[in-house]
Design a protein around this ligand. Structure first.
Ligand code: AMP
Length: 455
């Protein structure tokens, strides 16, 4: 779970990258960073925190150059430390390399061992660092050969934005797990995880980078290679369910409309004769709209979300255990009082926040609380870039739906079927990775589960 961005050539590259990262903030709140290149040397600024906390005017004006790449991070491998903030930058004998990565390299551990045997010294605990070492160790000297050579060693999920001296590179793994889009802003090319970025910076969407494709962007031209063309695709279905912003197009299709369809399908499968339908904001909002419209039940915002809880939020010393959840969502009591409520949640991971939310809705006076979830039960961890915990932390991997209903305290609980979810998708079902719902991994998971790079 990360957001990546790149632009070249643009005289305000750093400023535009800052805006791009702002639009991608939902993809990672742990750290943010920008690396620029001014033709001779790179400039770097990165820190832990939200984009607005990491950058100020001074930091942005220190980032000189017309090429920039940026990253917002939500860690899936490696801990959340400044050392692990991206873009990851190294200088080798011949070049400056900076990498912004979204995804997980499944064979990173083995690659790291092989590279260390050849004398590589690793600076971080991120799987992304192996990519830089592979490029540096490539037997090919020309970047157009060295980079494909390095990428060919990787197994797993990667959407990448790379700076190689003053060349901007975008690449997607052969199954295309994570999104990456290409846009144009005047004479500059732009790479971004999601199309909502292009709306904010005024760029035109050109196309998606294709699975297995690498593009090389230079001052006056763009070249593309696609050394591997696979029959299969592994588009992450969870981007549509939870992760991407609803105003984005992912894999060329709109997220908002897809989420609404998930809600409509959920209404077909598990209707409730209720007084109101409400979402768990913000992630359940579009599915709840689809659910309510399909059944002709009024849609209400029974809870309001506080959007301003940054990393630096200070809890009172004697805070109750659920204080953080409470500060994030507050019920609208007159809307809920004496009502039979259907709550739409996009997904249940550990079940702990759902439990607190249902308790809050009941305390606000709701008569009955029925939860409907707009995806099937999550039963297997993700090894391709979504932070799903180990199997034992996934509540649906261990327990029945009835058990979960009692645990979260709902009057009823139903999940959308896998068939229903695929039916609601805007693309054919064989395009998607659904491993978190069925354990069918398209690339064999690593032997050592999660956090597999040496800490
Ligand atoms: P839980 O209480 O663990 O079941 O959390 C469920 C909530 O977490 C839902 O509202 C989801 O929108 C959200 N969610 C889903 N996937 C993730 C994820 N990988 N990381 C963080 N939150 C998530």
């Amino acid at each position: 779970m990360c957001g990546i961005f790149g632009i070249y050539p643009h005289k305000e590259a750093a400023k535009i990258t800052y805006l791009g990262l702002y639009a991608l903030q939902h993809r990672g709140e742990e750290s943010a960073g920008i690396v620029t290149h001014n033709g001779s040397k790179p400039h770097i600024h990165k820190a832990l925190g939200l984009v607005s906390e990491v950058f100020d005017k001074k930091a942005i004006s220190s980032l000189k150059g017309d090429l920039a790449i940026g990253h917002v991070r939500y860690s899936t491998t490696g801990s959340s430390t400044l050392k692990n903030a991206q873009p990851f930058y190294v200088k080798t004998k011949n070049c400056h390399i900076a990498i912004a990565h979204n995804g997980n390299i499944v064979n990173a551990f083995q690659l790291q061992r092989q590279l260390e045997d050849k004398g590589a010294l690793f600076q971080t605990t991120m799987d992304s660092e192996v990519i830089a070492h592979l490029i540096a160790h490539s037997p090919k000297r020309d970047y157009q050969e060295a980079i494909p050579w390095a990428l060919a060693q990787l197994k797993g999920a990667y959407s990448l934005v790379l700076m190689f001296n003053n060349i901007l590179i975008g690449s997607r793994d052969p199954l295309g797990f994570r999104p990456l889009c290409l846009g144009k802003l005047g004479a500059a090319y732009v790479l971004a995880s999601e199309t909502c970025v292009f709306d904010l910076i005024g760029a035109q969407y050109v196309r998606d980078i294709l699975p297995g494709e690498t593009v090389f962007i230079q001052k006056d031209k763009i070249d593309s290679i696609r050394p591997v063309i696979k029959k299969d695709c592994g588009f992450c279905i969870f981007e549509y369910i939870y992760f991407a912003r609803p105003d984005s197009n992912i894999f060329e299709e709109n997220v908002y409309q897809t989420r609404k369809k998930l809600g409509q399908q959920l209404a077909r499968e598990f209707p409730v004769k209720a007084d109101i339908v409400m979402p768990v904001p913000d992630s359940g909002t579009c599915a709840a709209l689809g659910y309510a419209q399909h059944l002709g039940i009024s849609y209400e915002m029974g809870m309001m979300r506080n959007h301003y809880i940054g990393r630096t939020f200070i809890q009172p010393d004697q805070a109750q255990r659920d204080f953080r959840v409470k500060v994030k969502l507050n019920p609208v009591k007159p809307i809920l009082k004496d009502k039979k409520v259907v709550v739409i949640e996009d997904s249940i991971v550990r079940g702990t926040t759902s439990k607190v939310r249902i308790k809050t809705i009941r305390e606000a006076g709701a008569k009955e609380v029925h939860m409907r979830v707009s995806c099937p039960p999550l039963i297997s961890p993700c090894f391709y870039g979504i932070d799903f915990p180990t199997k034992k932390e996934l509540i649906a991997a261990k327990h029945s739906i009835d058990w979960i209903r009692d645990f979260i305290g709902a009057d009823s609980l139903e999940y959308l079927s896998k068939e229903g979810m695929l039916e609601a998708m805007p693309l054919p079902k064989d395009k998607f990775c659904t491993a978190c719902f069925d354990g069918k991994y398209l690339i064999e998971p690593p032997k050592k589960i999660s956090k597999y790079i040496l800490e």
